[in-house]
Design a protein around this ligand. Structure first.
Ligand SMILES: Nc1ncnc2c1ncn2[C@@H]1O[C@H](COP(=O)(O)OP(=O)(O)O)[C@@H](O)[C@H]1O
Ligand SMILES: [Mg+2]
Length: 284
């Protein structure tokens, strides 16, 4: 049996659930703390803690990406692959992939200065949404009602790290007060949830109080989720979608997906399925 590692930096509900799933299945595995290991980048000897397949679970996006690159250099399969995680971790690359593969997605512009972003927003129309290129949990995802609120948000962004001056502006989709999170594990779409807005926040992330309700996995939903997953190279994902005039649009695809709200609400064994998938990948 292949030896599996769960590479983590913060022990969340998800990492504990993956651990428990391995124990239940009798998998040969260990937890590896990314903060306690080091990588010899110029040799082919992997860290002694690393076995045959790694489930990458670092919260830190850049940390996870760099660890994955190093692990792949030793020939160790990582869930998800570096090339996949890179596409998923960046909303500009997400959007470009969706365009290339004909996946319906909200109209989106990119610009690099305050003035050019205001020009883009004028063409896009208000209300619009400004998002950081790298980020999650709805953090800094800002609703811009007009040019005045746009100017304020952009002025704040100007004070941040240069990545925050890659301005990603998106049309506000006229959706019901919820969005969809669709789980993909390999070729399977085991479960989907609605995230229903229950607070005065306009964002539906569960990190912002979005309430989880099970969403039936229709053929349309399954096909679209798998199309998005295959477009980034396949693996384990949370595909975020919104309903607009009776059709679905995909606004992002997440790697290193969280499931602490979905598992209790639906009873679907996402961690067990991820471990099974990783073991299958190890044997390929
Ligand atoms: N174009 C949009 N129109 C309407 N609501 C949106 C739009 N984009 C995002 N949202 C809302 O904001 C939330 C966070 O946006 P998202 O792009 O998923 O960023 P994050 O990576 O931080 O989760 C979504 O779950 C959704 O509720
Ligand atoms: Mg999201």
């Amino acid at each position: 049996m292949p030896k599996l590692n769960i590479l983590f930096d913060h022990m969340r509900w998800e990492e504990k659930a993956l651990y428990t799933a391995c124990e239940k299945k009798g998998v040969d595995f260990s937890l590896v703390d990314a903060e306690k290991i080091f990588f010899d980048l110029t040799s082919n000897s992997k860290p002694k803690e690393i076995g045959d397949v790694v489930v990458q679970r670092c919260v830190g996006h850049f940390r996870g990406m760099h660890a994955t690159a190093a692990l792949e250099s030793y020939g160790v399969p990582v869930i998800n692959r570096y090339s996949t995680a890179e596409l998923c971790g960046n909303k500009v690359l997400n959007t470009l992939i969706f365009k290339r593969h004909g996946i319906p997605t909200p109209r989106t512009y990119m610009a690099f200065t305050v003035d050019s972003t205001l020009d883009a927003l004028q063409e896009l129309g208000y209300p619009a949404i400004l998002k950081p290129v790298v980020g999650s949990w709805g953090r800094l995802v800002s609703l811009l009602n007009d040019r005045t609120s746009a100017t304020v948000a952009l002025e704040h962004r100007e004070m941040m790290f240069p990545l925050y001056q890659i301005y990603y502006a998106q049309e506000m989709v006229k959706r019901p007060p919820r969005d969809l999170r669709v789980f993909v594990i390999g070729d399977d779409v085991p479960v989907a949830i609605y995230r229903v807005i229950t607070t005065d926040d306009w964002r539906s992330n569960t990190a912002r109080g979005g309430r989880v309700e099970r969403c039936p996995v229709t053929d349309e939903l399954r096909e679209l989720a798998l199309k998005a997953a295959n477009a980034v190279g396949g693996g384990v994902f949370g595909v975020d979608m919104m309903e607009e005039d009776g059709r679905l649009v995909v606004h992002e695809i997440n790697s290193t997906v969280e499931f602490k709200n979905t598992v209790p609400a639906t009873g679907v064994d996402i961690p067990g399925m991820i471990i099974d998938y990783a073991l299958r990948e190890a044997k390929r």
